[in-house]
Write a protein that binds this ligand. Structure first.
Ligand code: PRP
Length: 175
């Protein structure tokens, strides 16, 4: 396996600043309820939350859809639920990547049942070619081709989450 840099730390930082400004401009004054989807989105959440100037309330939710391999099993399971109600809240789901859309279409449905004022999605990466379920992503960091990516929170078998860049994981000799 070898790594090829797709998005550098600098590109990611610049784009997240823009997303933060856009989010601040779009929402009315008041608290924004950020729901970080574990595990992959934890790095994006840390940077996005600091790029947003308004008050935020941060929560974590665990959803599992991939298992340990590279392809989605299509199964979605809540592994950790929210600790607080989102009733009446402006909820912004923070995700690292939208791939088939299976995870997010399920999650949006689950959260809508809890009567928030609004639910939107912010995803650092979007692979539109892979979509199986329609998902409206209000804030997309980067649209990327259908390649397997790791780093900046994303893993392969739990490895590579701590890379600063987003890299394509390619078959081949070790880098
Ligand atoms: C990834 C990613 C999304 C989901 C997207 O999570 O963080 O939650 O898959 O795929 P989909 O659009 O095809 O549903 P993963 O299950 O790999 O868990 P992790 O974030 O804990 O690594």
């Amino acid at each position: 396996m070898q790594l090829r840099v797709l998005l550098t730390e600098d590109q990611i930082r610049t784009r997240i600043k823009e997303l933060g400004a856009q989010i601040d401009a779009d929402y009315p004054a008041g608290n924004l309820h950020l729901v970080c989807i574990l595990k992959g989105a934890y790095v994006f959440l840390a940077d996005l939350a600091r790029a947003i100037k308004r008050d935020t309330f941060v929560e974590f939710m665990g959803i599992s859809s991939y298992g340990k391999g590279k392809t989605s099993s299509g199964e979605v399971k809540v592994t950790k639920d929210l600790d607080h109600s989102v009733e009446g809240a402006n909820v912004l789901i923070v995700e690292d990547i939208v791939d088939s859309g299976v995870t997010l279409s399920y999650l949006v449905q689950v959260l809508r049942q809890r009567k928030p004022h609004s639910v939107r999605i912010a995803a650092l990466l979007d692979k539109p070619e892979r979509r199986l379920r329609p998902v409206e992503v209000a804030y997309v960091g980067f649209k990327i081709p259908d390649e397997f990516v790791v780093g900046y929170g994303l893993d392969y078998g739990e490895k590579y989450r701590n890379l600063r860049d987003v890299c394509v994981l390619e078959e081949g000799e070790a880098a």
